[in-house]
Design a protein around this ligand. Structure first.
Ligand code: FAD
Length: 301
């Protein structure tokens, strides 16, 4: 991650499994546009409470089969026993998926849109560190985990959360992907704390291009990421002006990534929200160019 900045950066893209035919078409349109940037891997999220188990599996396998890009499956400890989770992991291994993003997960949202308190599932893996250890017992998966530069909102302290990250790495994770952040100093201070704690795996910044500012504020509130006042000022008044908002969003995210790059960051993970435009623009600004036209089959139906 601190390799010389002259090399083309390593990038990865995160998608979520589509819920409808229309969303599937828009996902595949994005994949077709992003695949030629040759990401190191892409990953597909797992809905709260395991609600997307089949769709995540289908999407991960299809992306890897049709693009040849290594695809990672997110999965969580929520709502399943160890035996059930182990069985899912084996199906991934048998399908040729070698990379998992192992998470504790959050309880499913209630009707009011708020998740309840997390309780380990009876007979399940309690926390992500336990899940990582369990997956490593199943097969030699590459495992990425989540990291929180501003601490996970439920952690009793930032030190506890850092120790938790260390436990995940000691259990076999070889990469951490951060929750999104908008203040790069927060990330660099976190890297220093990780190094001091003896965490030496890459801590890849998770980049969220802001497509909808109100939604970004809501996400940030839920996951404990701070929102700099300057960003709010920059996006203020653009709610009904999508063209300008898109240009501003690309500029803001490109500036954030260019500063990270100038300070030695080499790996970037993009929360694409299944859209390609902003991510492509930011990658361009980082010097990532299409390597080859990807032969991705058209969407069926
Ligand atoms: P953990 O590392 O287990 O930590 C969760 C909390 O518990 C922390 O506060 C930690 O300090 C604390 N803790 C850890 N161990 C213990 C212990 N033994 N006793 C008490 N407390 C403990 N969610 C999804 O549902 N699906 C996804 O696909 C998904 N993808 C994500 C991808 C990334 C890159 C990130 C950053 C997050 C993602 N999330 C996803 C959200 C994630 O599931 C939530 O943030 C969740 O609340 C914590 O998951 P974790 O893996 O970080 O948990």
């Amino acid at each position: 991650m601190t390799a010389p900045t002259s090399a083309q950066p390593s990038i990865s893209f995160e998608f979520f499994p589509p819920k409808s035919e229309k969303m599937e078409q828009s996902l595949w349109q994005s994949i077709r546009r992003l695949a030629p940037l040759s990401p190191d891997f892409v990953s597909v999220t797992y809905g709260a409470g395991g609600s997307t188990r089949e769709r995540t599996h289908a999407t991960v396998c299809r992306i890897q089969a049709e693009t040849g890009i290594p695809a990672a499956a997110h999965f969580t400890c929520v709502g399943a026993t160890r035996d059930e989770i182990d069985a899912i992991a084996r199906t991934y291994w048998d399908a040729g998926i070698r990379h998992l993003v192992a998470l504790r997960g959050d309880p499913p949202e209630t009707a009011g849109g708020v998740g309840g308190r997390y309780e380990p599932y009876p007979g399940g893996y309690a926390y992500a560190a336990d899940l990582v250890a369990g997956m490593k017992r199943i097969a030699d998966f590459e495992i990425s985990v989540a990291a929180y530069p501003e601490a996970h909102p439920e952690a009793p302290s930032a030190q506890f959360d850092l120790d938790n990250l260390k436990r995940k790495v000691d259990a076999g994770a070889t990469r951490a992907i951060t929750q999104f952040f908008f203040d790069n100093d927060v990330y660099f201070r976190f890297l220093d704390r990780c190094a001091a704690a003896g965490i030496h795996v890459p801590i890849v910044p998770g980049i969220l291009p802001i497509t909808n500012f109100a939604r970004a504020v809501e996400f940030a509130g839920k996951c404990g990421a701070s929102m700099p006042a300057k960003l709010a000022e920059t996006f203020e008044g653009l709610d009904d002006d999508p063209e300008t908002r898109q240009l501003v969003a690309a500029t803001v995210a490109a500036e954030q990534c260019q500063e990270l790059q100038a300070r030695g960051v080499h790996d970037f993970h993009f929360y694409t929200l299944n859209r390609s435009d902003l991510t492509i623009a930011i990658c361009r600004m980082l010097g990532v160019k299409a390597k080859a036209a990807a032969a991705v089959a058209p969407v069926a139906g």
